[in-house]
Unconditional design. Structure first.
Length: 106
């Protein structure tokens, strides 16, 4: 049997049903592709989070070391009681530096 366009047709096949099934299958494939893209981007972001946390910890450590060495630098620039006062203040004051990671996994 041939249809009006000259293409063989099968009276037992419902083309509308097949077309609907094809559309649903394509939508499912698209959802799977979008989910894979989102997972890849999430992995990239988590990697950036880890890199940033490592860099912030390294910066925090170097800044802490810098402030510990500031006493000797201040003694060179100050004299007398001002140098002693600055030295004792910096020795007794502990400051914990906390650098917050702007990329967080929430």
């Amino acid at each position: 049997m041939y249809g009006s366009n000259g293409i063989a047709t099968n009276p037992y096949l419902d083309m509308n049903s097949l077309d609907g099934q094809l559309t649903e299958m394509m939508k499912t494939q698209e959802r799977i592709a979008i989910a894979a893209i989102l997972q890849a981007q999430a992995a990239i972001i988590m990697n950036k989070e880890d890199e940033t946390a490592t860099r912030l910890q390294k910066d925090c450590t170097s800044m802490h070391t810098l402030t510990r060495n500031a006493t000797s630098d201040l003694k060179e620039g100050l004299e007398g009681k001002a140098a002693d006062s600055a030295d004792s203040y910096l020795a007794t004051t502990t400051r914990d530096l906390t650098l917050h990671n702007p990329i967080t996994n929430k």
